[in-house]
Design a protein. Structure first.
Length: 283
């Protein structure tokens, strides 16, 4: 057989000269015709695969160490699978970053009451509007008087009662007003100013005004004062009180002592009516 024949080379290489305990040496001695090993052993025996496997194991051990370190010292927490933990964190992040218009509104923050804040007053019952004051009943006219005359007569009597004047003084005052103004509050044509105040007609006897036809020029008061029935009545009673013994005088005598009239006997004709009116207003 020729030395260069491939068949001769194969037979020569098939016989190992020495035996080796090393598996790798045996494989090199056998050469291309070494027996085939199972694929699993060949895969694990390769260097790249071993490096990749070692790297994966190292990563897993690192995750276990980190998870155990973050747990409680007494009770270590169970390590979740890496993929599941990542998915849960992503879902939480999405929920926090939500800008949906349908999300629930945040609960209103209730602040504690301020120590200086005044308590809100409780609503009280609706107050009823105060009743309008009832006007006093106007006196019913007597002795042939109309309502305006009777109203003026009441003012004269009320002032006399307030001044604690006796009944006879009331009759004297009423009889005087009946004679002087017929119980109307009269202005004066001589004093245009008197027409500026409430009145019930006018007269022309000098500057005499009001129920008792008192003259401002004689010192009875101002025009404005004498045009008020209550003031005029008070002025008359005050003058009557200054007449000594007026209680013993006749109605005509007492009235004339105050008024100094040119017709002193004219007051007597009104005595009966004045007595009737005074009785009606003091009953």
């Amino acid at each position: 057989m020729h030395p260069d024949d491939p068949s001769a080379q194969k037979l020569t290489d098939a016989r190992p000269t020495t035996l080796s305990d090393d598996a790798a040496s045996t494989e090199r001695t056998i050469g291309r015709h070494r027996a085939s090993e199972p694929p699993r052993r060949a895969l694990l025996g390769s260097t790249p695969v071993r490096v990749a496997l070692a790297t994966g194991v190292t990563c897993c051990l690192s995750l276990v160490a980190v998870a155990t370190a973050r747990g409680n010292d007494d009770t270590p927490r169970t390590v979740e699978p890496l993929a599941e933990a990542v998915a849960d964190r992503a879902a939480i992040a999405d929920e926090r970053a939500s800008r949906s218009l349908d999300r629930d509104a945040a609960p209103a923050r209730i602040l504690p009451p301020s120590p200086t804040a005044k308590p809100t007053p409780t609503p009280t019952a609706v107050r009823k509007a105060p009743k309008k004051p009832v006007k006093p009943r106007r006196p019913r006219p007597v002795a042939g008087l109309d309502q305006a005359q009777m109203d003026n007569a009441k003012i004269i009597v009320d002032v006399g009662v307030e001044m604690k004047m006796p009944r006879r003084a009331l009759v004297v005052a009423l009889a005087t007003a009946m004679q002087e103004s017929n119980l109307y509050n009269l202005a004066s044509d001589v004093l245009p100013e008197s027409a500026e105040y409430p009145n019930q007609g006018s007269g022309s006897d000098h500057d005499s005004v009001g129920l008792f036809q008192q003259r401002p020029s004689s010192g009875w008061g101002t025009v404005a004062q004498l045009m008020r029935p209550s003031y005029a009545a008070r002025a008359f009673y005050s003058a009557l009180n200054e007449i000594p013994g007026w209680q013993d005088m006749s109605v005509t005598g007492a009235a004339q002592a105050v008024q100094i009239s040119a017709y002193p006997d004219a007051y007597a004709q009104h005595e009966d009516r004045a007595t009737t009116v005074a009785a009606a207003l003091t009953a």
